[in-house]
Ligand binder design. Structure first.
Ligand code: NDP
Length: 337
């Protein structure tokens, strides 16, 4: 078991910015990236609203630069997945092992009581790490609709990342579900490859920012089916072939090669069930008090970024919260000594 000073869990803008600050402050910092470093910005194209980049910046490149910057000051980045935590006593304990007979993919698919039981089993073993302080920056992930066929064809025509998968849809007919900025961004990304892009939106007026709506509505390749709901994804067992859509109380079957879900995100907090206070949306509740803006319900455990922010969910806000968490940790550790 390895003793750490500060463990940061998560490698998006919040975690990496926290790492830059804490390692510059000479706090020995270990950042657990999970299996995929970089968080949601790895699935985005150009970020046009991150201050300091007048021409925009590619999401993956920004994340690579943040990694380099954190590493430059001494943040140790571990490409490991934390599988269980114990915040009930100090130092806080972290595990990276899996229950016997369960692989990472199976572990990731566990939820509810099954996941709690698996984490309880893991906690019976010796932890991999102990840390004096923790910053949680595990972010959020895509929400699925839960319609028939969606899971079955995930990765075979159903995707939550147009930016990653658009190139597979050259000259194809695709559907994007949602009416927020993600749906607009996905539709635009798909115009580079697909011939026909249809947005299925349940409402009558997009909630996306005006500038992104304007781009989408002005693009002749993109059509919008207002007041529509995806009901089922159908295929031949290998790939998506059609979808069932409800429009005006009528179910229609439409030919489709791809379905891109862009209906929002949920916080990645199942690891912290029964360890920290979560709000009704399962976001980590920040117990704002005079000293620490990023304090959670456990003294010494801080949270930053989308995992604790259901309102703003912007990279720059996450980076700002990462900075706050780093400064909070610095103060907290100085007072422990
Ligand atoms: P949002 O929550 O903004 O939008 C989700 C969309 O999905 C809404 O239109 C919603 O409909 C729809 N939806 C939700 N649940 C369902 C359902 N069960 N069935 C059908 N439709 C559903 O999420 P986004 O991911 O788009 O954006 C999240 C945040 O990230 C925002 O703050 C956004 O501005 C930001 N962002 C910024 C980008 C950029 O600047 N480049 C790119 C992408 C995101 P309804 O409107 O009816 O609720």
């Amino acid at each position: 078991m390895k003793k750490l000073n500060l463990a940061i869990i998560g490698s998006g803008p919040a975690g990496l910015t926290a790492g830059i600050y804490t390692s510059r402050a000479r706090i020995e910092t270990t950042l657990f990236s999970g299996m995929e470093i970089g968080g949601q910005l790895m699935y985005t194209t150009d970020i046009e609203n991150f201050p300091g980049f007048p021409e925009g910046k590619s999401g993956p490149l920004l994340m690579m630069d943040l990694q380099k910057q954190a590493a430059r000051f001494g943040t140790v980045i571990k490409y490991e997945q934390i599988t269980a935590v114990d915040f009930s006593k100090k130092p806080f304990a972290l595990w990276t092992t899996l229950p016997s007979g369960v692989d990472h993919k199976q572990f990731k698919s566990l939820s509810g009581e099954e996941l709690l039981a698996a984490m309880a089993e893991i906690r019976k073993t010796e932890p991999a790490y102990q840390a004096e302080a923790i910053i949680i920056a595990t972010g959020a992930s895509s929400i699925m609709l839960g319609v028939p066929g969606e899971k079955e064809y995930f990765g075979h025509g159903v995707s939550t990342c147009a930016v990653c998968d658009a190139a597979f849809y050259k000259d194809k007919n695709v559907y994007v579900i949602g009416g927020g900025d993600s749906a607009m961004e996905d539709a635009m990304a798909l115009t580079k490859f697909a011939t026909s892009i249809n947005i299925l939106y349940r409402g009558e007026a997009f909630r996306a920012s005006k500038i992104m709506q304007e781009r989408v509505l002005a693009n002749p390749k993109i059509k919008v089916i207002w007041k529509s709901n995806l009901k089922e994804v159908l295929g031949d067992g290998k790939a998506v072939k059609s979808i069932k859509v409800e429009v005006d109380d009528q179910i229609q079957e439409l030919p489709a090669d791809g379905v891109f879900l862009a209906i929002g995100h949920k916080p990645t907090t199942s690891l912290f069930t029964n360890q920290l206070t979560l709000d009704k949306g399962q976001y980590i509740e920040l117990i704002a008090h005079e000293t620490y803006a990023t304090a959670t319900s456990v003294n010494g455990v801080f949270a930053a970024g989308d995992v604790a922010d259901h309102r703003y969910r912007q990279a720059i806000v996450s980076a700002g919260m990462g900075t706050q968490a780093a400064l909070d940790v610095e103060h907290y550790l100085a007072n422990l000594a």
